[in-house]
Design a protein around this ligand. Sequence first.
Ligand code: SF4
Length: 432
Amino acid sequence: MSALIKKLAILADAAKYDASCASSGTTFRDSAKTSGIGSSGGMGICHSYTPDGRCISLLKVLLTNFCIYECSYCVNRASSNVPRARFSVDEVVKLCLDFYKRNYIEGLFLSSGIIQSADYTMEQVVAVARKLRIEHGFRGYIHLKTIPEASKDLLAQAGLYADRLSINVELPSEESLQQLAPEKSTVTIESTMGRLKEAISEHKAEKKEQRKKSTNRAKRIPDFSPAGQSTQMIIGADNSNDAVILNKSHHLYKSYEMRRVYYSAFSPIPDASSQLPLKPPPLIREHRLYQADWLMRFYHFKVDEITQTTSTDDGMLDLDVDPKFAWALQHREYFPVDVNRADYEQILRIPGVGVRTARRILQQRRFKKVRIEDFERFKIPFKKIQFFVQAANYTPSIGDVSSTAIKQRWLAQSQGTAFFAAAQKKNQLSLF
Ligand code: SF4
């Protein structure tokens, strides 16, 4: 194994804890024994979604896993006894170009431990992106992890070369951050997010203005992080409950126009601090948070509506049912929704009905009434909607069925489904 590949093995493995470049399982494809080109396998290659919905492969690596910080939840913290490696700027550029030319990847996700200082590290990260873009004319996707303590100038440069920038918020409260990541502070993280938000909107506004004037001879205004910014929160390393986490996400979406907040379940690490839990949180907790996040972003739920479904004892989402179903069980007065009369927003509130199905319902009823058997075609189990939907040939009799009974019936019929089997085996779950 060459020295470069050895480094790649260490630094791609160290990058896997960062969920903010959404990666998901894919089938392994390799062109080695075929006439095709490319492979979905290999170290450090993950899959991510671009803003226009395309799934792309990224080389996901750290520049180095040496770090002078001591975030106790992180396997790369200064005191951690893990194998260390460091790429030079040219090595990352070479790897990225080699993989790109072989069609292994369509872009780069680059993060780094902090070496010497925040500015020194950020300079190296920016140098990789600059070389790729300016010297090699690289047109692939670049996602740079940004260091909040780095200078304004370096952040401004990073935005000119990257498609997306991200700063990890790490933990939902300043108190937890002080306890587990003493070198970091919410004020610094959020003021950097604020600066990025301003720079992104200013560039967008200037470009819009330039398009309006359509002066072809005018100097083109460069893009600045056109795919916006994202962040990641670690779940289960501190004792913040789901209500606190969702309120924090809501604040980040609203205040800094985050494209995504990623949730990453804490994984116990060797020689960990006694402040950390011994066990990881159940993966289904991470899954429920993602579902709640989608309700806020695409289903027009207010954060309070979701947090009201959390347990009054511990502020946690119900792990047994998804948050939309939990909300529907708490708001029986809202149902049944007549799918032949209700507006889009009302239809979206029906458990099991997603954005696509809501649109299909609206489309169908322009020509013919929606009947209960149509839901089979929409692939929504009757058992899930039977108490929430009114259709042309169906009115539920709900008078004497309590929310607890509906939940029990749904759980009884869900046992043994692929979803529950995966949850019980603690496998990674798909989002919907
Ligand atoms: S700054 Fe903290 S989270 Fe990032 S690599 Fe260093 S120890 Fe890990």
